[in-house]
Design a protein around this ligand. Sequence first.
Ligand SMILES: NC(=O)c1ccc[n+]([C@@H]2O[C@H](COP(=O)([O-])OP(=O)(O)OC[C@H]3O[C@@H](n4cnc5c(N)ncnc54)[C@H](O)[C@@H]3O)[C@@H](O)[C@H]2O)c1
Ligand SMILES: N[C@H](C(=O)O)[C@H](O)COP(=O)(O)O
Length: 333
Amino acid sequence: MTRPLALTMGEPAGIGPDLLLALYAQREARGLPPFVVFGHGGFLKARAQRLGLDIAIATVDADNALDVFAQALPVVSIDGTVEDTPGAPDQHAAPVVINAITQAVEATMTGHCRAVVTAPIHKGALYHAGFKHPGHTEFLAELCAMGGTPKLPVMMLAHDDLRTVPLTIHVPIKDVPGLINRKLILETLKVMSHDLRQRFHIAAPRIAVAGLNPHAGEGGTIGREDVEIIGPAIADAQAEGIDAIGPLPGDTLFYPPHWRQYDAVLAMYHDQALIPIKTVAFDAGVNITLGLPIVRTSPDHGTAFDLAGTGKASPSSFAAAIAMADQMTAPKP
Ligand SMILES: NC(=O)c1ccc[n+]([C@@H]2O[C@H](COP(=O)([O-])OP(=O)(O)OC[C@H]3O[C@@H](n4cnc5c(N)ncnc54)[C@H](O)[C@@H]3O)[C@@H](O)[C@H]2O)c1
Ligand SMILES: N[C@H](C(=O)O)[C@H](O)COP(=O)(O)O
């Protein structure tokens, strides 16, 4: 029998807990693989009750999850204080939120679970509690390094054949130009090219690189980064055998006949990469971290405080994240 996926509870005041509870209730209808939740058992019981979900919750070790999955939602319970206050984040819950991620990664790195699927965290609440990482992406790279030097983690948003990667992630837009350099572009393209083959089974991936400036700098007349940094970095990548092309104007790159020529797009900043996916597939997009020794996926949405505890949030993107993690780690027949 296969091992379970490790789901993290995410921000308790958000919709993450609602969705994983709903997906457990819908597991058969949706054909979901077995999973175990790393989170706070008492809180999850309270949230299930609030949502009117009649499901049993069993406290387990990751190794026992499969034994109970058919009868109860298996939870590796993390000690700490977590109140059921939808829409109102409480920084006292932060240690549980962070430990849930840490333990889920450990269980996956040590082979007890197959992959990690994270529920959304509220970055502001964690920063106030001292969390030092911009988001899961960088934290996961540190956890997977197990005390060594973290490898470059790469965020990808994916839906069907549309896959986009932000070169810079959670940084102020005013800092973006200064963070773009040849080495970062080359290293990101290497990770993309490797993982498109390894995780997505694309034999010869083609990658489009978006420019930073309008019209990719219009030959250097509207900003110099495209000609002085991005173009040379693409040449570096081509010299290493990576099929990358660009810089291409970001505004027309996402016209379907254009992006469909490529297996992925490397964008220069967060919104340039995420807007296309969230516009066409907010309900089905998946966030996947490339460059890790394990598979990690996540829904493309955030904590949606306005919907937490109401039962109105759509579980579709979370289900797509589970399906992608399952597909990428399914035992070979
Ligand atoms: N993977 C992650 O941990 C992750 C991802 C994205 C955002 N976030 C965090 O989430 C917080 C809120 O971010 P935001 O407001 O920009 O984005 P959001 O995705 O939480 O919400 C944006 C809008 O979409 C709606 N929405 C979101 N998910 C929905 C769903 N499943 N069904 C129906 N409607 C849904 C919300 O109600 C809201 O109107 C921030 O702290 C951000 O950092 C975390
Ligand atoms: N910008 C990401 C998104 O909207 O999906 C997000 O905040 C998640 O980041 P991490 O996976 O690094 O937490």
